[in-house]
Design a protein around this ligand. Structure first.
Ligand code: 3HC
Length: 686
């Protein structure tokens, strides 16, 4: 096979099998066929004494080819058979690992008789993130080689471990300093005559006398993390089987559970999300040759919670930041919070002291607006007020060097209006970080009418550099994420007046898989956000709560009462306010079903998402899902609101909304795109 991604070359008596399947050496059909042919070649040639499997490019095999899942190719020359053939080779097979040995890639390595790796190599079984489990013997070989506790942790979280950790666990036989291939061949020479061959599937010492309580303890300790997900439990059961059953029977358990998971909706949702996340960084209609601008120095305006969090992203990536405030006290407080956050992370082992000092050393706090002049990017992170933003952008325009990018962190306001006060609207863009900005992965990049292509390309690349997932949004109130919150909150509050309680509505959302419901979220963010600050003007439920100081968790009271540990309980005071409000508005209270809550809060979000799509405010439905999963904790096993809507069936969504249309009144209007797609039997995402 001349065009096979697998080639072989004899180095004296060692057969070097090389995979060249960019970008990540995924184990697609051609690679699997090539590996089988290479092992057959090694068996057939008496001159071959051992085999080295290696990959060129950025990484060792990064796993099965996910794009093959569900296609006929996935059922040809299947990976479980391939790895058995590798393990069954009568000559020693050595996997030589660089980059990331992930999933099926690690399974190839585990089936090899020996594993050597460069110090920077990483190892993992991320299948759980795709809603599945290592299905090529991984759940059986990994605990046998690396032990049950590590196998449990790796398989249920998808977490990668370093070469050092892998070596300590017995997962690799040698760390190679210097040229990987040269040393791997030398290693193969060393072991070529050793018999019997070390066979991972035959190892019993690490699985034979495991205390069965380990598994239940592990389940209990991680119950919250695994809630709602099917795959972690299936992974645990397979590893448990490895400790109770002979290898061949354990593999049968693995196969059965793999097929069960693979045919379920969670795996489809999580695999869809894998590609959705990667697609999000691609901007439609921009030529591939548009070059990003260089960003070597960033300015942040405002050292509050948002500004400080934003600054940390760049500092952590090694990019110097000038942070500007109006008053020394605010500047000192902001700088102090940044240091405190870094030190807290260091205490948890996420940073070394040197890294903390390194990051802090890149920070220049100042009261001098003029210090922003030589920044390549300035991000404004002051409070939400159009007049204030316009004043700031006028000043930025006069101060900051030409060619710099001027960004606003606004979460709602019109970027075009802000850009219009400058002489360079093409350099203005929205960079909407989510709070806490140093933690949340999502970045909405708001494309103004005049934003230049290279500004957008720069923003998307920069997002990667600071480890964010960026999604492009158009200019509309609340962009993608917050815009979809609007109908949800509106209907949730109306439902309270019609008879539901905050606890009932929140429970529906939490049971659905959201980290919290609308009222828990309101209390956390602050009920007073956007409040007019006049306690005598009471037009809404929120006005009534704010007027009596129930501003949320920060005041110990909001929609719920809070104890000193911030644990919520339903509030009789709030219940009375709600009932009084209903009476005042002449609303007859009734029993509200959970189904109605779903239809009026979640279905309305889908409808809003469809409007966002039809107005071109999101490039694709999957971008909306990325926003909701990374920005608001929508359960990834439901694939995001648009994927979920497809799963429910768009006609069901339309019917549910129609059933509630009269109650929602003039606040609600249908998305034509949703109606059309439902009528045609189409989907948003597939
Ligand atoms: N299958 C198919 N395509 C893959 C892939 C895979 N396993 N892994 C990555 N790709 C593609 C991506 O879609 C992307 O394509 P694009 O350029 O067209 O958008 C390209 O490779 C580069 O990927 P990234 O943008 O993610 O590159 P990074 O350098 O940031 O990360 C990586 C590299 C760490 C390898 C990361 O891609 C990754 O984590 N991949 C997934 C690994 C994985 O989940 N493996 C398990 C697969 S399931 C399995 O093995 C089942 C088995 O047990 C039977």
């Amino acid at each position: 096979m001349t065009d096979s991604p697998i080639s072989t070359q004899l180095h004296h008596d060692i057969l070097v099998v090389t995979s060249n399947n960019p970008p990540v050496n995924a184990l697609g059909l051609a690679v699997r066929q090539g590996l089988v042919a290479a092992i057959a070649e090694a068996e057939a040639n008496d001159a071959v004494k051992a085999v080295v499997i290696t990959c060129v490019g950025q990484t060792f095999f990064a796993g099965a080819d996910v794009s093959e899942f569900g296609t006929p190719k996935a059922f040809e020359q299947m990976l479980p058979t391939v790895v058995d053939i590798i393990e069954g080779c009568s000559k020693p097979v050595v996997s030589a690992i660089h980059g990331t040995a992930l999933g099926g890639g690690l399974e190839v390595a585990l089936a090899s008789h020996y594993r050597v790796a460069v110090p920077t190599a990483k190892f993992g079984v991320p299948e759980v993130k795709l809603g599945i489990l290592p299905g090529a013997g991984g759940t059986q070989r990994l605990p046998r080689v690396a032990g049950v506790p590590l196998a449990l942790e790796m398989a249920t979280t998808g977490k990668m471990i370093s070469a050092k950790e892998a070596s300590a666990a017995g997962l690799i036989d040698r760390i190679i300093e210097g040229d990987l291939l040269q040393h791997a061949v030398a290693f193969a020479e060393e072991v070529k005559d050793i018999r019997p061959l070390p066979i991972s599937s035959a190892k019993q010492d690490k699985v034979s006398s495991v205390d069965p309580s380990v598994f239940d303890d592990f389940r209990k300790a991680n119950a919250r993390k695994f809630k709602g997900f099917d795959a972690p439990e299936a992974n645990i059961q397979c590893i448990e089987a490895a400790t109770k059953l002979p290898y061949a029977e354990g593999v049968n358990v693995e196969r059965t559970k793999f097929m069960e998971l693979m045919s379920g909706i969670q795996a489809k949702a999580q695999q869809y999300f894998f590609f959705a996340e990667r697609k999000a960084s691609k901007i439609d209609g921009i030529a591939d040759d548009v070059k990003p601008r260089a960003i070597n120095k960033v300015g942040v305006l405002g050292a509050g919670t948002m500004g400080g969090g934003i600054a940390m992203n760049f500092l952590s990536a090694g990019i110097p930041v000038t942070i500007v405030e109006m008053a020394q006290e605010a500047l000192d407080r902001g700088t102090g919070v940044i240091r405190k956050n870094y030190e807290a992370s260091a205490a948890k082992g996420r940073f070394t002291t040197e890294q903390v000092e390194g990051a802090m050393g890149l920070l220049s706090p100042t009261l001098d607006f003029g210090a922003l002049a030589d920044c390549d990017l300035v991000i404004e992170a002051v409070y939400e007020n159009m007049d204030v933003k316009k004043e700031i952008f006028t000043k930025l325009d006069a101060t900051v060097k030409q060619g710099a990018i001027l960004a606003s962190n606004t979460s709602y306001l019109n970027i075009d209006e802000i850009a219009a006060v400058t002489s360079r609207p093409q350099d203005v863009v929205g960079l909407h970080f989510f709070s806490p900005a140093n933690v949340m992965k999502l970045l909405e990049v708001v494309r103004g009418a005049k934003t230049a292509d290279d500004v957008l390309v720069t923003a998307m690349q920069l997002a990667k550099r600071i480890k964010k997932v960026a999604v492009v949004a158009g200019v509309c109130y609340g962009f993608i994420g917050n815009r979809m919150l609007i109908p949800r909150h509106r209907e949730a509050e109306k439902l309270l007046l019609e008879g539901a309680t905050p606890a009932q509505i929140d429970k529906v959302h939490v049971d659905f898989g959201m980290p919290m419901g609308p009222f828990q979220m309101g209390d956390l963010a602050g009920v007073d956000i956007g409040w007019h600050r006049d306690p005598t003007r009471i037009e809404t439920l929120r006005d009534a709560l704010c007027a009596i100081d129930r501003w949320g968790q920060k005041k110990g009271a909001g929609f719920y009462d809070y104890d000193d540990k911030r644990r919520p309980t339903p509030s009789p005071v709030v219940q009375q306010i709600i009932e009084d409000f209903s009476a005042k508005k002449g609303i007859e209270r009734r029993e509200i079903s959970d189904e109605e809550i779903v239809q009026r809060t979640l279905y309305t979000m889908v409808n809003e998402g469809a409007k966002i799509l039809e107005e071109g405010m999101a490039q694709r439905a999957s971008d909306i899902d990325v926003v909701w999963i990374y920005g608001y904790g929508w359960p990834v096993y439901r694939g995001g609101p648009m994927f979920w809507a497809d799963t429910e069936g768009l006609q069901k969504i339309v019917d549910g909304l129609k059933a509630q249309e009269a109650r929602m009144g003039s606040d609600f209007s249908f998305s034509q795109l949703l109606l059309d797609k439902a009528a045609k039997g189409e989907k948003f995402t597939r």
